[in-house]
Design a protein around this ligand. Sequence first.
Ligand code: GAR
Length: 198
Amino acid sequence: MLRIAVFVSGGGTNLQALIDAQKAGKNPNGEIALVLSSSKKAYALERARQNGIATEILPRRQYATVDAYDEALLQIMERYRIDLVVLAGFMCILGSKFTKAYDRRIINVHPSLIPSFCGDGFYGIHVHEAALSYGVKVTGATVHFVNEITDGGQIIMQKAVDVLPNDTPETLQRRVMEEAEWVILPKTVQLICNGEIQ
Ligand code: GAR
């Protein structure tokens, strides 16, 4: 049984997809043991509490350096005996201390088809604004391993989503979540917990 920590900063719809999959018995070899938020205001925390999942709040600005933040995160990971870290809308960059300690044990969901619209500055709604202003006709989501390069780790799963003529950043964001993120993130977590992806 892998003990999973889900790192969040906002609404937590991807966290909800993971909780729903677990409740539906789709991940018998994994258990969400912790939800860690960079913000005390994140609605994701409420979702965790409603489901009896332990929570921790660790704002990045309380730490002087990336190294100090990584160290604090690692201590929490040890305390909860975490095997797998899932970044689900986590808006802080992890340092190499953390990514090296959890090499191939951290995954992230990103709301575009990497290598498009990724890297520094591409997060949340900005990704969809960029996709629309570029004029792509197909976008999607990517789940990848996390290393020290932002959105640069090995790709595990992707799913394409059509851009429609009247899309706004918000309608596109919603469709990418529904059709891609909420599908490929729980699927990837399940495959890792089953030992089918290493
Ligand atoms: C999701 O679209 C996720 O892919 C994105 O933030 C949103 C979080 O939504 N993550 C990134 O942009 C990371 N670079 P949620 O809190 O409802 O899951």
